[in-house]
Design a protein around this ligand. Structure first.
Ligand code: ZN
Length: 283
């Protein structure tokens, strides 16, 4: 099943997208896709419902982020060996963790705003995992049982703030519009192996990232189990699993986004995003 949130910003309705692209409005069954409704069994409710009688949503209406305000976004750093190498970093022996502010979340095609004072806004296509059931101390062999679904995430990153401003990477990861999520969330029966998905990203049509999650250093089930030893994973939480090689900071010379650039990215089975980059504005 493909889940989405559709409508103008702040007025999104929960929806199911059928294989032919039809968008079913499920707001009479579920208020929205939030941590609370997910924990409360939203997916089970949808699976047992007759969707055929429900109203359709406009095929051209805006797609919102797939989850409304998750409790946390946890990111994995350097989870592909070639990306670690392009940054001059060692391949980690344990997953590197950092947080990203949930206020950075935006719709998949809403666009990227260069933050105030930024000169090094960079792209990162990533597989994001959304937790479906609150859990802690999960065994690796059961870890995928706690997944609600998967989606595309562009883990936008301000490299100067991330690396040259001291302290933790969260500084460079959390600006407004730095976390486009979508176009939809695919539940696990659509993605039998999250560790074998092609993923790619282009800037102005030039393919700069082109890899597969089969190159993960730490696979999805290991990442979930590992994280759950340090913190409770709650329904709706987002785990972003790291980016492959081909980010702007790794190019020679480095290259960063500027207003007017068009970023497109996608993952096998999870659809595509398209973002136009714009200059900072305070509203
Ligand atoms: Zn990342």
């Amino acid at each position: 099943m493909k889940l989405a949130r559709i409508g103008s910003l702040g007025f999104e309705k929960p929806a199911v997208i059928l294989d032919d692209g039809t968008r079913i409005d499920v707001s009479t069954l579920i208020a929205d896709f939030t941590p609370e409704t997910i924990e409360g069994g939203a997916l089970e409710k949808l699976k047992s419902a007759d969707l055929s009688a429900l109203p359709r949503l406009d095929a051209h209406a805006r797609l919102g982020a797939v989850i409304k305000r998750p409790g946390k976004i946890i990111c994995i750093g350097l989870n592909y060996a070639a990306h670690a190498a392009e940054g001059g970093m060692e391949v980690p022996t344990e997953p590197i963790l950092f947080f990203k502010a949930s206020s950075a979340i935006t719709g998949p095609n809403d666009g990227i705003m260069i933050p105030k004072g930024s000169t090094q806004t960079d792209w990162e296509v990533e597989l994001a995992v959304v937790i479906g059931t609150t859990c802690r101390h999960v065994a690796e062999e059961n870890a995928l049982d706690y997944v609600l679904g998967y989606c595309v995430h562009n883990d936008l990153s301000e490299r100067e703030w991330q690396f040259l401003r001291g302290g933790q990477w969260v500084k460079g990861k959390s600006a407004d519009t730095y976390a486009p999520l979508g176009p939809y969330l695919a539940t696990p029966e659509e993605i039998p192996d999250p560790n074998n998905l092609a993923l790619w990203l282009t800037v102005n049509g030039e393919k700069l990232q082109n890899s597969s999650t089969s190159d993960f250093i730490f696979q999805v089930q290991h990442v979930i189990a590992y994280l759950s030893t340090f913190m409770t994973l709650e329904a709706g939480d987002i785990i972003s699993t790291g980016t492959p090689a081909g980010v702007g900071a790794g190019l020679k010379p480095p290259r960063y986004l500027k207003p007017g650039d068009i970023v497109e990215l996608g993952i096998e089975g999870l659809g595509q995003q398209r973002q136009i980059v714009r200059a900072y504005s305070p509203s």
